[in-house]
Ligand binder design. Structure first.
Ligand SMILES: Nc1ncnc2c1ncn2[C@@H]1O[C@H](COP(=O)(O)OP(=O)(O)OP(=O)(O)O)[C@@H](O)[C@H]1O
Length: 305
């Protein structure tokens, strides 16, 4: 399915003279993962609060499954859940009780069954009768995600879901998020981690100075940081100089001591031609490698200035 589930159009928001969101436009396809990237204070949480009907915007429109969130918050809220940065988990209650309570609040017919099923699905059955305050950070986040699935929402909003988690717990949570997608859910998450957006997202938006300044797939975003490069490392300055002259037609860049990089447009052909040319002229390489721009490079490019 490829229909639009979420449409954010010309959304604006200021706090007094602080114009946080100037004009935000985003569309999200059903069954996809959208990652909203932005630096600290870029306005990611503010946007999420507007999109989920917790905060009024100063202009623009948000529709979820064609329902206007501002005009019909109660109807719209039936189709999504929202996990904010402050998890909704109650530490005094057990994992089971947390889920049971949410299921009852959502007027589910079989709250016990839902709690048990979700505990099992999120690998929390063993800890189900322990107070959530005794859970590790990763377990709390998993419980929080489990709670966000009560009521079988179409779209799940996650505000910085892995902030503060250790690498193992982060990987586990990423797996869980991917699994949610494979079950047909749409996920909209905010993150400061480029690696996270790269790993999870089908579509990424960069929020900067109140606007989405770039939008695309992880690969499209990486291309914004320039072409792949071939990095050549030589044993000495003499070889480096000879190589710079020999490869002049490739516009080589002398990046560092004894290091040259070349932009690769037709990757394999260029690489082979360059290596052949060096071999023919007996210019010895210490090592070489291909460098692909990362999302970090894009982030640095887009947040400059
Ligand atoms: N209720 C509020 N009253 C006044 N200013 C606010 C309010 N909420 C947010 N802001 C301001 O709006 C700006 C964006 O904040 P927001 O929390 O949306 O950013 P963020 O991108 O989510 O940042 P972080 O990654 O640090 O959570 C900040 O300058 C913040 O101080």
């Amino acid at each position: 399915m490829n229909s639009t589930v979420l449409n954010i159009k010309n959304v604006k928001k200021s706090f007094k003279e602080n114009e946080v969101l100037k004009n935000v436009n985003i569309t999200v396809k059903t069954g996809s993962i959208y990652a909203l990237l932005g630096a600290n204070g870029a306005g990611k949480s503010t946007l999420l609060r507007i999109v989920t009907g917790l905060l009024n915007s100063d202009g623009g429109k948000v529709t979820i499954q064609d329902i206007d969130v501002a005009n019909n918050p109660v109807v719209a809220q039936k189709s999504f859940s929202f996990s904010s940065q402050n998890t909704t988990v109650d530490g005094v209650l057990t994992g089971y009780e947390n889920l049971h309570l949410i299921a009852k609040l959502r007027h589910e017919r079989y709250p016990r069954k839902i709690a048990e099923t979700l505990l099992d699905k999120f690998d929390l059955t063993e800890a189900k009768n322990k107070a959530a305050s005794t859970y590790s950070g990763g377990m709390r986040r998993r419980l929080d995600l489990a709670m966000s699935l009560v009521g079988d929402p179409e779209i799940i909003f996650l505000d910085e879901p892995t902030t503060g988690l250790d690498p193992k717990s982060r990987q586990e949570l990423w797996n869980t998020i991917k699994e949610m997608k494979s079950q047909g859910k749409t996920i909209f998450l905010t993150t400061q981690y480029l690696e996270e957006a790269d790993y999870l997202a089908d579509q990424i938006g960069f929020l900067r100075e109140g606007e989405i300044v770039a939008n695309g797939t992880p690969d499209e975003m990486k291309r914004l940081a320039g072409a792949d490069k071939l990095l050549l490392v030589f044993n000495n300055h003499q070889d480096t100089e000879r190589a710079l002259n020999l490869l002049e037609s490739y516009s080589p860049i002398n990046r560092a001591d004894c290091e040259i990089s070349i932009d690769l447009d037709e990757e394999i052909k260029t690489t082979l031609d360059v290596l052949n040319a060096l071999t023919t002229k007996k210019i010895e390489l210490k090592t070489f490698k291909m460098i692909t721009p990362t999302l970090d490079d894009v982030f640095m490019t887009l947040t400059k200035g």
